[in-house]
Write a protein that binds this ligand. Structure first.
Ligand code: NAD
Ligand code: IPM
Ligand code: MN
Length: 368
């Protein structure tokens, strides 16, 4: 298979974690005989510095001409005082909107060998396996109608609007995902207060008629936040609006042990997708070879699975990550509850590449 991948490393640790992820992509391509043409583009703060714009038109064009997009992270203190429309984060919101990536899948599964890395008890986090589906191109982030959004010295206004079609498409996506999993959908809203949430809940109930074998549960977002740490095993697919999904996914990351473990896929209907870690540019550790590259590496696996239909290749990356963790290698973030031998970003990525090469060699011997 031959595919073109737009690669946007972005800022801070985005650059560092992308390097290893590209080595992993190359290794899996060599194993299975695929050619992944990688073309780099600028987004976020680096793009502001180089082009005066967090999402230059060249970058958007590159993405549109590619089969998928890999993104590192954007943002950092260097750009904290730039005008709002030029902030690095604006580039990220725009690329999601411009590419129509309305469904953001954030899988949360715990690794057996990392159970002690979570601040929660082992029996709470073992066997956790759910996907949070976050609506990604609407809601509070996009402040419609735009003329209502703004700030002066005395008043600041953000608006939360959803159109029926925006909710329907992401809810369908979540039901379809639940159909292929354990057939349970939890919809998270704030229907006791917000009009948009009341509409969200009505639509989930309507759409559920087309998926009679899926068990549907509604949770208010505050109680959902509690249940995520109380009994996370009860979840299979969670679907929620943009802002709630942003917050709940960072919370959920700690079930796995670190924000540095969570990958994501931002998809539209035709399978085109952008793949990025859930974490940000981590300015506190940027440039120090301390970042955990696994969220980015697992995002590559998601790209292979969701955009290219390469299930086995994706599984081989996930297996290699598991083997590296089983062997005891940890970046510093995974030792949040104590001290142990720490490996850097480059070494951790290299271990995954080496595992892939070893697994490839083994499979060649076994199939000979
Ligand atoms: P962050 O996710 O960058 O970092 C939060 C904490 O988690 C930090 O202590 C950081 O060191 C740690 N962390 C994050 N990723 C890690 C990794 N891979 N390995 C080890 N530790 C990791 O959030 P923040 O500090 O609130 O935001 C920093 C900047 O990133 C802001 O400008 C924010 O807007 C931006 N951001 C971007 C994205 C994105 O590009 N998708 C996501 C979130 C935040
Ligand atoms: C994420 C990030 C972004 C978001 C920011 C950087 C705009 O936090 O991808 O989770 O809130 O969507
Ligand atoms: Mn976030």
């Amino acid at each position: 298979m031959k595919k073109k991948v737009a690669v946007l490393p972005g800022d801070g640790i985005g650059q560092e974690v992308m390097n290893g992820a590209l080595d992993v992509l190359k290794a899996v391509g060599d194993w299975f005989g695929h050619e992944f043409e990688v073309v780099q583009g600028d987004i976020g703060g680096v793009a502001i510095d180089l082009h005066g714009n967090p999402l230059p038109s060249e970058t958007l064009e590159l993405c549109k001409k590619s089969d998928a997009v890999l993104l590192g992270a954007v943002g950092g203190p260097k750009w904290k005082d730039v005008p709002v429309h030029l902030r690095p984060e604006k580039g990220l919101l725009e690329i999601r909107k411009e590419l129509g990536l309305f469904a953001n899948l954030r899988p949360v599964s715990t690794f057996e060998s990392l159970l002690s890395a979570s601040p929660l008890k082992r029996n709470v986090v073992e066997d956790v396996d759910f996907v949070l589906v976050r609506e990604l191109t609407g809601g509070l982030y996009f402040g419609k109608p735009s003329e209502r959004r703004g700030k002066n010295k005395e008043v600041a206004v953000d608006t939360l609007q959803y159109e029926r079609s925006e909710i329907e498409r992401v809810v369908h996506k979540a039901f379809q995902l639940a159909s292929k999993r354990r057939k349970k959908l939890t919809s998270v809203d704030k229907a006791n207060v917000l009009e948009t949430s009341r509409m969200w809940r009505e639509i989930v109930d309507e759409v559920s008629g087309s998926y009679p074998d899926i068990e549907v549960e509604h949770l208010l977002v505050d109680v959902a936040a509690m249940k995520l740490v109380y009994q996370p095993k009860q979840f299979d697919v969670i679907v929620t609006e943009n802002m709630f999904g942003d917050i709940l996914s960072d919370e959920a990351s700690m079930l796995t042990g670190s924000l540095g473990m969570l990958p994501s896929a931002s998809l539209r209907e035709d399978g085109f997708g952008l793949y990025e870690p859930v974490h940000g540019s981590a300015p506190d550790i940027a440039g120090q070879d301390k970042a955990n590259p696994l969220a980015m590496i697992l995002s590559v696996a998601m790209m292979l699975r969701h955009s290219f239909g390469l299930k086995e290749e994706a599984e081989m990356i996930e297996l290699a990550v598991q083997e590296v963790l089983n062997a005891g290698y940890r970046t510093g973030d995974l030792w949040n509850l104590g001290n142990g031998p720490v490996v850097g970003t480059k070494a951790m990525s290299q271990f995954v590449v080496e595992r892939l090469e070893a697994d490839h060699a083994l499979s060649s011997i076994l199939s000979a």
